[in-house]
Structure formats: structure tokens, C-alpha cells
Design a protein around this ligand. Structure first.
Ligand code: SF4
Ligand code: SF4
Length: 92
């Protein structure tokens, strides 16, 4: 995974105040740390966290790429945190 892709994801998340992070109603949302996330270390490049999300709020544009979180779908259940072996996801 290219370093500039990680930086781009971090910048993308940072541009969504109120969408990522604590949102309306105080519900926490999942945030993926692009520095810790290693899709290539997961199941053949497939994000394991995306497989357990009950509302499909995590997805990858392509296999092997950094996953993204849809803050409008995420309801902060925390299931993705348990699925990510690298602890690359947090609720905030
Ligand atoms: S399971 Fe964790 S480390 Fe693997 S791609 Fe998903 S968020 Fe990244
Ligand atoms: S916290 Fe729950 S709803 Fe949000 S991305 Fe993770 S598994 Fe999906």
C-alpha cells in the first residue's frame, strides 16, 4: 500500500467533521487508522472487518486497498473492532 494513499485516507477522514468521530446524538463511529491498517495482511487482501459489519458500512474500492467507512451507515456497534486483528479501527 502506497504511503500517499494512506495519507490521502487520513486527510479524507479529517475533512469530515461531524461525520467521522462523535456525531449527532453522541453515537461513536468507526475510524480506520491508515497507518495501522494492512489490507495485504488480511484474507487475500480482503478487509475482515468489512465482512462482519451488519450494515455494510465498511468497504474496499478494490481488494487490497484501504477500506473506507460510511459514517452515515455506521451505528457504532463495534463488531469491526473485534474482527480487525491489527487493531486498526477505533470508535470515536
Ligand atoms: S481487517 Fe483491519 S487491517 Fe485488515 S483491512 Fe480491515 S481495517 Fe485494515
Ligand atoms: S462499528 Fe459496527 S456499524 Fe460501524 S463500521 Fe463497525 S461493524 Fe459497521
Amino acid at each position: 500500500m502506497l504511503q500517499d494513499e494512506r495519507a490521502a485516507l487520513g486527510a479524507f477522514q479529517a475533512r469530515l467533521p461531524g461525520a467521522l468521530g462523535e456525531t449527532e446524538g453522541g453515537v461513536p463511529r468507526a475510524i480506520i487508522d491508515p497507518e495501522t491498517c494492512r489490507p495485504e495482511a488480511c484474507a487475500a487482501g480482503t478487509c475482515l472487518a468489512s465482512k462482519v459489519c451488519p450494515v455494510k458500512a465498511i468497504w474496499q474500492p478494490e481488494r487490497g486497498e484501504l477500506p473506507l467507512v460510511d459514517p452515515l451507515r455506521c451505528h457504532g456497534c463495534g463488531k469491526c473492532l473485534a474482527a480487525c486483528g491489527l487493531k486498526a479501527i477505533e470508535l470515536a
